[in-house]
Write a protein that binds this ligand. Sequence first.
Ligand code: NAD
Ligand code: IPM
Ligand code: MN
Length: 358
Amino acid sequence: MTSRILVMPGDGVGPEICREAVRVLDVLAHDHGLDIELDEALVGGAAVDSAGDPLPEDSLAAAREADAILFGAIGGPKWDSQPRDKRPESGLLRLRSELGLFANLRPAILYSQLAHASSLKKEIVAGLDIMIVRELTGGIYFGKPAGQGTTDAGRREAWNTMRYDEDEIVRIGRRAFEIARARGGRLCSVDKANVLDVSQLWRDVMNELATAYPDVELSHMYVDNAAMQLVRAPKQFDTIVTTNLFGDILSDTAAMLTGSIGMLPSASLDAAGCGMYEPVHGSAPDIAGQGVANPLATILSVAMMLRYTLERGDLADKVETAVGAVLDRGLRTRDIMDDETQVASTQEMGGAIVDMLR
Ligand code: NAD
Ligand code: IPM
Ligand code: MN
């Protein structure tokens, strides 16, 4: 059966990196029997410019129809002064929420060829393979009330609410326990239960769930310590489960362990495993349009799509192997360069992966 894939390139480097990921999908379709049909839709600032809305109706409708979405990145200084609901970021948040993509899987894996590019010492990161499971449709990103106003004394004020109900915690918790069970069998739940009521509920629910997963070792860590431990001794972690905001921050931290945020893919899944696949990084306005962005995070997101939605684990392995092989050849985009390697543009890197897959 033909799978419908919707490509949403977005802003900044989004279109540049998506172009390379689409070339990968094309070669898999052409040479390896992947049965797909591609469509494209506007999102983010590009959609604000052309339709006045960061997630126009027809883009959302196309996203609902698709079997999987490949998402580039959104945002940029051009749209930063728009009202909140017209900002590119709001389009992405609505998309995640409307599609029920509550489980965000963000693996941080160090390719051995890139140990030098990590900001940590080689022995601290060698062999790193952790999975951050981030709750994606709740918490302070979506809690009400949220807004800005003026106090009685005439001072400006603003507020957000960090809120979870137990069902939201149960569904992400179950997903995380299952992921941990299929990996190293250790799950670390990260919260701020020493201060926040919402974190105490989070911790209580994780403890209750643990009884159903006796083969998974559950531990808890406060988020401030977790941030420190990630840069002190990251290999102590196997699977991490945490809330929307903490997961956002910790996954960017984990990115640097792997050499560059340009290496980190992600999958955002709903209850049925349908999903959106996107690099962890943003639209990188500082390098957009220069053809230097690393497309590997997006290409590795295609591998996650193959594994989790298209059920072609064989092809996912091929893509990941191709990435390793291209790195072995010494090809590097600027963000992962060193003295002994050869600098490649976004397009050259994509082309090298495509050649490897032929
Ligand atoms: P960013 O991730 O875009 O960039 C941070 C740094 O990493 C920059 O120096 C950038 O050049 C570098 N970088 C990012 N991706 C790279 C790649 N593929 N190759 C090489 N270097 C790369 O984060 P930011 O600068 O904080 O945010 C820029 C914009 O992106 C903002 O509007 C923000 O809201 C948005 N954003 C979007 C997403 C998303 O679409 N999922 C994620 C994060 C940020
Ligand atoms: C991410 C981004 C988004 C988030 C923004 C752009 C809404 O930082 O995907 O990590 O905070 O979730
Ligand atoms: Mn982020």
